[in-house]
Ligand binder design. Structure first.
Ligand SMILES: NC(=O)c1ccc[n+]([C@@H]2O[C@H](COP(=O)([O-])OP(=O)(O)OC[C@H]3O[C@@H](n4cnc5c(N)ncnc54)[C@H](O)[C@@H]3O)[C@@H](O)[C@H]2O)c1
Ligand SMILES: O=c1ccn([C@@H]2O[C@H](COP(=O)(O)OP(=O)(O)O[C@H]3O[C@H](CO)[C@@H](O)[C@H](O)[C@H]3O)[C@@H](O)[C@H]2O)c(=O)[nH]1
Length: 440
């Protein structure tokens, strides 16, 4: 089938590549000309395991095309995917300007019926707004005769495993009232729906809300565990034991109950905030979601407060080795990363940071390249040299079994602050290293 995808970010590019891989003919449109030119040369804007080969092979096979030309994109297919960003507006609600700009382009250039599929994460009611915008332009053009349907098809991929998540989705949510659109979407996703039925068809508003509900539920689990971790460390209990103790109940489960330095990334913080805003707009006080957010805002300061306490408030002129800059492993994304809140707090207190991350060094350079208080180091070992302590913020595999004796040798003081509970406390303490982790 022919498909056009607007937006070549984490969602658009991965979805387009995966659709091309199963044989669909996909055109990707982006307003960022540099990105499109690099994609044509096989240079990817993001790091995502497996994506480079998928893009290169499908581009070479002629199933995946890149363009800045909206006209070409609109003409290419009757299925038009919107996968552009929906960043937080000043008041925290989702900014729909990019989504509506795509709607406008489709309406300006269409000359046959279209199904517009909203894959971006958007507030309930957005499909109606997209439809209204398109109908407005069609009216101006005197083309109200052209058929239009707006489908909601939220994306649930996780960064770091985006290709695998799209290749083997655990569900495909389709929001539509149109039997024809449903059939087209079923045909599109049939290659991903062979093992068992994964397609869940519902009304558009429920589909839009499903996306926010999923992210808010996951964020709630994390904030809940962080709250219990705070209690555990004040009560002399160990959150890791508590986690195992509750995870063994299948009604709770082991997933997404790791306490840590707080959740980051481009989705949870913005989507929890956006749903709080949606609630406010209809005069509903979303107490629980507000608590989830404020627990997380506080959790992002926990590592800094532990460091401050250990050094009795004297951080001026000290140097900290920092392992992990990305908001989670297997990505170079630093949006809302707990590492950023920590570095900024350390700098404000007069400290320096020597940081290492397996993938996010370019991103850190882009964000903080002008800061003298930051040295970006080529290896995790180099980051340790002469530092007052080691701080671990991201749970990369490469950090999980370090040479503790080497760490001790390199640091001025044998202290590790671990925001992801990577080690068994007694193993670290056995080496006479002070070990401060979360909730233990
Ligand atoms: N990143 C994730 O893990 C993830 C997962 C599920 C859902 N989502 C949601 O999907 C949406 C996209 O997220 P993302 O992380 O891929 O965003 P992104 O910022 O990585 O990419 C968005 C892309 O859209 C392009 N764009 C903007 N306006 C455009 C236009 N008018 N025409 C064509 N291209 C345009 C931008 O140049 C950019 O390349 C968001 O709503 C997000 O919440 C993201
Ligand atoms: O037990 C846990 C699990 C995760 N995290 C943190 O939570 C954040 C988000 O992690 P994750 O959900 O794995 O990353 P995302 O790529 O942001 O994916 C989320 O956001 C996407 C965008 O909406 C959705 O599509 C995904 O389903 C949803 O998991 C990261 O900072 C993690 O360190 C924890 O602190 N404890």
């Amino acid at each position: 089938m022919k498909v056009t995808v607007f937006g070549t970010g984490y969602v658009g590019l991965v979805q387009a590549a995966v659709l091309a891989e199963v044989g669909h003919d996909v055109v990707c449109v982006d307003v960022d000309a540099g990105k499109i030119e690099r994609l044509r040369q096989g240079i990817l804007p993001i790091y995502e395991p497996g994506l480079e080969a998928l893009v290169r092979d499908n581009h070479a096979a002629g199933r995946l095309h890149f363009s800045t030309d909206a006209v070409e994109g609109v003409r290419h297919a009757s299925l038009q995917f919107i996968a552009v960003g929906t960043p937080p507006d000043e008041d925290g609600s989702a900014d729909l300007q990019y989504v509506l700009a795509v709607a406008e382009s489709v309406a300006r250039h269409m000359d046959e019926a279209k199904i517009v599929v909203d894959k971006s994460t958007v507030p309930v009611g957005t499909a109606d707004r997209v439809r209204e915008r398109i109908l407005g332009v069609l009216t101006e053009r005197g083309r109200r005769d052209l058929g239009i349907d707006v489908v909601s098809n939220p994306e649930f991929l996780k960064e770091g495993s985006a290709v695998a998540d799209c290749m083997r989705p655990d569900r495909i949510v389709i929001g539509t009232a149109s039997a024809d659109s449903e059939e087209v979407m079923r045909e599109l996703y049939a290659p991903f729906n062979r093992n068992h039925e994964k397609i869940i068809v519902m009304d558009v508003r429920s589909a839009e809300l499903t996306k926010y509900a999923a992210n808010c539920m996951l964020a709630t689990k994390i904030s809940f565990m962080n709250e219990i971790a705070n209690l555990a460390e004040r009560l002399g209990a160990d959150i890791e034991m508590v986690r195992q103790g509750i995870g063994s109940d299948p009604r709770i489960g082991y997933h997404f109950i790791y306490a840590g330095a707080g959740y980051g990334g481009s989705c949870f913080p913005k989507d929890v905030q956006a749903l709080i805003r949606t609630a406010e707009n209809i005069d509903f006080d979303a107490h629980l979601l507000k608590a989830v957010k404020s627990r997380n805002d506080e959790q992002k300061t926990v590592l800094f407060r532990k460091i401050e306490r250990h050094f009795e408030g004297d951080l001026q002129g000290r140097t900290f080795a920092l392992w992990g800059l990305s908001f989670k492993p297997n990505t170079d994304d630093m949006r809302e990363a707990p590492s950023r809140a920590l570095m900024e707090a350390l700098w404000a207190a007069g400290a320096r940071v020597q940081a290492y991350d397996p993938e996010a060094m370019h991103e850190a350079q882009r964000l903080y390249g002008n800061r003298d208080e930051l040295s970006l180091c080529g290896t995790k070992e180099a980051a340790l040299k002469g530092a007052d302590a080691l701080v671990i913020v991201t749970e990369w595999q490469a950090f999980k079994a370090p040479d503790f004796d080497f760490i001790k040798q390199q640091l001025k003081q044998p202290v590790i602050f671990d925001g992801r509970n990577l080690f068994e406390p007694k193993r670290v303490k056995k080496r006479d290293i002070v070990y401060c982790s979360i909730g233990r």
